[in-house]
Design a binder for this molecule. Structure first.
Ligand SMILES: Cc1cc2nc3c(=O)[nH]c(=O)nc-3n(C[C@H](O)[C@H](O)[C@H](O)COP(=O)(O)O)c2cc1C
Ligand code: SF4
Length: 435
């Protein structure tokens, strides 16, 4: 998969003028854990999931977030009604916050040419997305990223940047980012975050996972530099920390800034817990993020580590041009390794972060049941994020809240993954062929 494919009074006045509703603000708690609120009534007081909570300056109506799933709804990078509908359904379905997936900070940072670049051209369309989400009472987050070695350079018609040179596992050549590239991309993140704010987003999520550019800089396997941007963890962390600071500086006080961070790349010699916890401690002491979402895996070398469950080999092969299909059938097993699905499969790793940090943490990965959500929140996670469960049932949160369901219907077949090229969807809801 190449596209693994984020001052109160002034804001409320703007909202009144634009006709959107602002999520009500719960009393702020730096750790994002719920405070008693006079203004937002939880529908079910017995479930921690439905207690309002603060994500930095943003009040959320509950503690279930829709994780980024590249929507495949932006042909040639243009935002249209399909993207608006996608997020309106999630917001109407009860999630507290919907993450608009993968918005690139520059043309070369796109996963491919169908990815949106966060710039002025995208502003009116993205404003429609955030308005629709706000009308349904949820908040909206923009996932910001630079794909780095995960980018499809041929589609983007640009070089594929990486910390070090070489080749990707599927062949394309990588160009080592220069000091000038690093400075430019840092500015791109700052500018893109400001565009997200202008588009009405409540939060930005910086992509520090899945072997995208910033995650690749953290990886001792992908970052073999010997200059100030490579070597020790301190030096590998320098560019990602600089970007996080730039994003924080690029937005005003009403915006939450979060990061989606790899706990483990899932490849030998990759970024792993011994360093990822220390890196998260650096983020905590830098004070620039309001929460960290904990993920893992590599869209470059081990995508199934992110997902677990069945490997949809046939459906993936169908997305490839005919000459590549045969090779993929023969060798795809090495790239798409199979891991059994378990509910909350990242929990054992995420607990290491919980023990080491005060920073609000978002548990992600295989969450399909309300009792899992409640247990995670009770244990100390500030929020949970769900991706596939809400692709299968965008209204699952509302079903949980009403007591109509305690568990989602997603079966972790992963056949939604190859749909990202033609409109991301659960194949059990909409069974059109993937290509
Ligand atoms: C179809 C699909 C597209 C995805 N696109 C993105 C993406 O653009 N950015 C990202 O960070 N994660 C992406 N993910 C990963 C999810 O955000 C999440 O990390 C992963 O699916 C595990 O969560 P889950 O078990 O709740 O599905 C995608 C997942 C799916 C299924
Ligand atoms: S296709 Fe549907 S059931 Fe299968 S993993 Fe994706 S969301 Fe779940």
């Amino acid at each position: 998969m190449t596209d693994d494919r984020e001052p109160a009074a002034r804001d409320e006045t703007a909202a009144a003028l634009s006709g959107r509703s602002v999520p009500e603000r719960a009393p702020t708690a730096r750790n994002g854990r719920p405070q008693s609120s006079g203004s937002v009534e939880p529908a079910d007081r017995s479930s921690p999931a439905f207690q309002p909570a603060s994500l930095g300056p943003v009040a959320l109506r509950n503690r279930i977030v829709k994780a980024a799933t590249f929507e495949g709804a932006t042909p040639h990078g243009t935002v249209g009604p399909a993207l608006v509908d996608f997020h309106a359904r999630v917001a109407e379905g009860g999630a507290a916050l919907s993450t608009v997936a993968y918005l690139a900070v520059s043309p070369e940072g796109r996963t491919d040419r169908h990815c949106v670049v966060l710039g002025d051209a995208a502003l009116p369309g993205l404003r429609q997305v955030t308005d629709a989400v706000h009308r349904a009472g949820a908040a909206a987050s923009a996932q910001l990223g630079h794909a780095g070695p995960v980018a499809n350079g041929r589609s983007n018609r640009s070089a594929v940047l990486s910390p070090s040179g070489g080749f990707t596992p599927t062949g394309p050549r990588l160009r080592a980012a220069s000091g000038a590239d690093i400075a430019r991309i840092t500015d791109d993140f700052r500018r893109a975050a400001a565009v997200a704010e202008a588009a009405g987003f409540d939060a930005v999520e910086i992509h520090l996972g899945h072997s995208y550019l910033l995650s690749a800089f953290l990886s001792p396997r992908l970052n073999r530099r010997t200059d100030q941007w490579g070597g020790t963890l301190e030096r590998r962390a320098r560019f990602p920390r600089q970007v996080v600071r730039a994003v924080r500086e690029g937005v005003g006080p009403r915006m939450a800034v979060t990061a989606k961070l790899n706990m483990a790349d899932g490849v030998p010699g990759g970024f792993w817990l011994d360093e990822s916890i220390e890196f998260a401690t650096m983020l905590q002491s830098d004070g620039d993020v309001d929460a960290v979402t904990l993920t893992g895996g590599s869209s470059l070398a081990n995508p199934m580590y992110l997902f677990r469950g069945e490997v949809p080999r046939r459906e993936f092969a169908a997305t490839l041009p005919a000459p590549l299909r045969l090779g993929f059938r023969a060798l795809g097993g090495r790239f798409l390794r199979e891991y059994p699905f378990e509910e909350a499969f990242f929990l054992p790793y995420a607990r290491q972060f919980l023990a080491a940090l005060d920073l609000p943490l978002v548990l992600l990965g295989g969450i399909n049941r309300l009792d899992t959500v409640d247990a995670a929140l009770t244990e100390g996670f500030a929020f949970v994020a769900m991706a596939r469960a809400l692709l299968r049932q965008p209204d699952l949160v509302e079903q949980f809240r009403r007591g109509e369901a305690a568990e989602g219907l997603c079966v972790h077949c992963n056949k939604c993954m190859p749909t990202i090229y033609r409109g991301t969807r659960c194949v059990l809801v909409d069974g059109r062929t993937v290509r």
